[in-house]
Design a protein around this ligand. Structure first.
Ligand code: F6R
Length: 608
């Protein structure tokens, strides 16, 4: 996720800005840059790669002069990671410099409008549009210009803006993307996140949506969009630095679980226009889509589990055979795949060696590859025919949570999009799916607001030694993820089983007190899973059942019950996975495990 830092004071700004950016490194980034007002000229230095590159470029900031400046670490969303796409971005004549966190959803029409007026863009970013708009609309009154520019932007933003003609101020604005102002002695700061300024001050103002701050060395004034001054309450931060990096949470995994409503929303929003699903990234004609006889999904670990959900979803909606393949197995089994097979590759990092090699094999055999990737410009994104990005932001915890959720979001978008092209869903179904899709972030939020219920169950059950996750149909796909989450971070042995399969061997492992987590969300099969719950209870199992709110009766067939809101069948995993992530998290926390970096695991597995 991008990071912003800014300084105005009496010292040289560059060393502070570099230090501040260092404190934001944990958020993940692929390039970094600084802009300083050096005697009435805005001087920008930026570089792809780690901050170290920028430090070398600026000799640790020594070659940049000025006591007012802004800095940025970028996590690419629009335009690949590169020097030119790194922030800050300058307007055409260099009068304005902008750093931006968030996404400008209408940047394409704005860019077209400005290009028609003869403005030449240097980068592929949405952010450069903001810098160019500042110059285009500026008529001398900076506040009027800010308000005019903001009125043109749709989307989310935290902005730090320098204007060459106003060398003694920084403008800061926010909408849906956090930004704070730090207060010092004859100096003030801006930052997207508290750690960037904690070594200087603990006194902050938090900007709210549509507030505009004018920050000078000795004053901070905040206005609303009607230019009326706003009184801000001073907040004194008492976090230690490590906690601050995690947004006040104890672990990145927890922070990332909590970020899921936003990550899901951010991923679907660019693809919803005028009541339709738009997937411009897919370069296939309707005839090509109709020509596919099979869909093949390639992925590893949790991404593979998304693939198993996708198998159920695509087969049900598209009526095309789907194989979900473990990428590490795929190319060693002489797969039957050709140009009549559509391959979908799923990877958070976009660098997983097994997945990358499997993808190459599929391409070699003539298959068209669509990848679902979180990291822009990663190897899989570059080498696939089409790529749809998840906008989860960087995931730091080794155990994936928000990337899994956003991958599911893309699967639903694809199911609706292809279902429509293939004529497999009616208009009514189309509208229903869209409505349910847009409601998912709010429903995830509701589940998160009741997280203490899961915490309580974890406190009762964390001593268990063996856990079985059982489910049928899409609940089986989900049980794979629930089981992996628990075992990888808590080190408790756990297995996922198709509930009907238990009686063919595994049920012999059930004894007094064995924990069985029964997933019972799939409406058509509730009766069947209830029978499986009874089977294991009869052999001594403790059953924790996860079901939808309307199935209150399941309280009487299980020792403990967790409820999630209802939605259409295919989207239930997006809700049901959240209590399972929380359960794994709380159990691991109670056992004192190293949650963000479980033993023997790496975030990105780049070896076979
Ligand atoms: C589990 C987990 C892993 C990854 C797998 C694939 O929590 O994170 O199982 O899902 O290693 O990684 P990506 O998605 O980067 O290809």
């Amino acid at each position: 996720m991008c990071g912003i830092v800014g300084y105005i004071g009496e010292e040289q700004a560059a060393p502070f800005l570099l230090k501040g950016l260092e404190k934001l490194e944990y958020r993940g980034y692929d390039s970094a840059g600084l802009c300083l007002n050096d005697g009435g000229k805005l001087v920008v230095k930026k570089s792809k790669g780690k901050l170290q590159e920028l430090k070398i470029l600026t000799n640790n900031g020594d070659t940049l002069h000025g006591t007012v400046g802004i800095g940025h670490t970028r996590w690419a969303t629009h335009g690949e990671p590169s020097d030119v796409n790194a922030h800050p971005h300058l307007s055409e004549s260099g009068r304005f410099a902008v750093v931006h966190n968030g996404i400008i959803e209408n940047y394409l029409p704005l860019r077209e409008m400005l290009t028609e007026k003869g403005i030449v863009f240097r980068s592929n970013t949405d952010t450069e549009v903001i810098a160019q708009l500042f110059e285009y609309y500026d008529q001398g009154n900076l506040m009027d210009t800010v308000i005019r520019v903001l009125s043109k932007l749709d989307g989310s933003y935290a902005l730090g803006v320098l204007c060459r003609d106003h060398p003694d101020e920084i403008i800061a604005v926010r909408k849906e993307s956090p930004l704070i102002i730090g207060l010092g002695e004859h100096e003030n700061y801006i930052a997207s996140d508290i750690p960037a300024i904690l070594n200087k001050t603990r006194n902050i103002y938090r900007l709210e949506n549509d507030e505009i701050a004018v920050i000078k060395r000795d004053s901070v004034q905040v206005f609303n969009l009607d230019k009326e001054p706003i009184h801000k309450e001073l907040e004194v931060v008492d976090w230690d630095i490590a906690a601050a990096e995690k947004g006040g949470y104890e672990h990145f995994m927890f922070k990332e679980i909590m970020e899921q409503p936003k990550a899901f929303h951010d991923t679907i929003t660019p693809h919803l226009k005028d009541g339709r699903v738009v997937l411009d990234e897919i370069h296939l004609t309707a005839d090509q889509i109709r020509s596919f006889r099979k869909i093949n999904i390639l992925a590893c670990g949790s991404a593979y589990h998304v693939g198993v959900v996708a198998k159920y979803v695509f087969e049900k909606i598209l009526r095309i055979p789907v194989e979900a393949d473990l990428a590490s197995e795929f190319r060693y089994r002489d797969p039957i795949i050709d140009d009549k097979t559509l391959t979908v590759v799923i990877s958070q990092s976009g660098e997983t060696a097994d997945t990358k090699e499997a993808m190459k094999e599929a391409k070699r055999r003539g298959s068209h590859v669509i990848s679902i990737v979180n990291v822009l410009g990663s190897a899989i994104a570059k080498e696939s025919n089409d790529v749809i990005y998840t906008l989860a932001g960087p995931e730091i915890a080794v155990a994936t949570t928000k990337a899994y959720s956003t991958q599911l979001a893309v699967i639903y978008l694809m199911a609706i999009y292809f279902g429509d092209v293939l004529g497999k869903i009616t208009d009514t179904e189309y509208q229903y799916y869209l409505q349910e899709l847009q409601a998912i972030p709010e429903k995830i939020q509701q589940i998160l607001e009741h997280k203490e219920t899961v915490q309580y169950l974890a406190s009762k059950l964390f001593h268990c030694n063996d856990v079985f996750f059982i489910g049928r149909n899409i609940d089986y796909a989900l049980s794979l993820e629930g089981s992996l989450k628990l075992k990888e971070i808590s080190y408790i042995h756990s297995e996922a089983y198709a509930a009907g399969e238990l009686k063919h061997g595994t049920i012999s492992l059930i004894e007094d007190g064995t924990l069985v987590i029964a997933l019972a969300t799939h409406e058509e099969l509730i009766g069947k899973i209830v029978s499986n719950m009874k089977e294991v209870q009869a052999r001594g199992a403790y059953v924790l059942c996860l079901t939808t709110e309307k199935h209150q009766e399941l309280k009487s067939t299980s020792q403990s019950t967790l409820f999630i809101p209802s939605t259409c069948d295919m989207m239930l995993p997006s809700l049901a996975v959240v209590p399972l992530q929380l359960f794994a998290y709380y159990v691991a926390a109670l056992k004192g495990c190293d949650i963000d970096k479980p033993r023997n695991l790496a975030k990105s597995v780049t070896v076979e």
